[in-house]
Write a protein that binds this ligand. Sequence first.
Ligand code: NAD
Length: 380
Amino acid sequence: MPRLLIPVESAMGETRVAASPDTVKKFLSLGSKVAIERGAGLAAGFVDGDFNTIGAELVAPGDSQAWSEADVVLCVQSPSASALARMRSGALVVGLLAPYANSSLAASLKTAKLSAMALELLPRISRAQSADALSSQANIAGYKAVLLAAAALDRYFPMLMTAAGTVQPARVVVLGAGVAGLQAVATAKRLGAVVYVSDVRSAVKEQVESLGARFIEPPEIDQRPDESGGYAKQASEAFLTAQREQLSNQLAEADVVICTAQVPGRKAPRLISDLMLDRMRPGAVVVDLAVEQGGNCANTRPGETVDRNGVKLIGASDLPCSVPNHASALYSRNLVALLEPVLKDGQLTLNIEDELIAGCLISHNGVIRHDDVFNTGGSN
Ligand code: NAD
């Protein structure tokens, strides 16, 4: 019978947890045993008693025996190197392990001879959609980014006709229309804004227009970036220069800009320069979701709001953590979808030929399988 452990998340500011009472129930029904560290779900609104009543065992945070007996550790962010060192060889750790950014992870996995699945690397095929944690969390980030912008803006979002006169709707520009960007578009539209969207992938135009937003066609120059597997590839500097020129006029008229443009494993494209910020009106708000990857916007800083000549620059680094109950509920359902075939019939069977597992299995019993990921270092 596989033993699952859900730890208290150790990363600073992390409020999510890798299980909800519903998903623990599901794992128990698949024939696994579940141990959860006391207090693991508290910040996400799940109390110990909720887990205990349905049959999970409560253990003390950092309990050595629980870590050494676990066959699978389910986490949101990677456990610390010392926690990984407590796991038995051959055990499996599953989470958003940030292999691009976590330089010591490969060594920890090798030394402790662990298997590890990094959810960031799950192939983006239709079969994987229910397990896609990047999407479930990006959706939340896109939604919350618009709420932050609306709260910080010095204007209404919707058009209003009042006794004191008519108020024009806010003008919102969304940069990047992947999962977070499309949710930002939908949320801004629900609040009544007029929304413009820039993206480099051709499939996006139709999606954006179906949400009632206007698509800004990418600049027509030869070096338009390719795409592969649904992701944009890195744009050339010539393309980005043309794109910044094109966006400069849009931004000068914008009330809000939501930045979500990303290229996997690379620095985020710089789409807003200092000169462009100079042209924005005081009171406007920029929310940069790409801030941890270098930022789409100049001068944004992770977790900070910078006032630049009256323009508020919000470096929104961890928005899913600000909606921890739903973020955890959806994330833990992603884990069930991924692990149901691995844990069925009370057996742990890791089929490394399976496309989903092969895609995200970064280490198998301590043998590193994605040297490419560990070696990029997330640089350009
Ligand atoms: P992402 O976070 O990597 O990028 C966000 C957006 O930024 C993308 O739309 C990208 O095209 C855009 N971008 C990159 N460079 C840009 C630039 N210079 N200017 C403007 N925009 C730029 O992407 P994501 O949100 O994780 O996903 C992208 C796409 O992957 C989705 O829209 C979807 O088509 C696909 N997807 C598929 C599945 C699945 O089938 N399982 C799941 C999720 C997403």
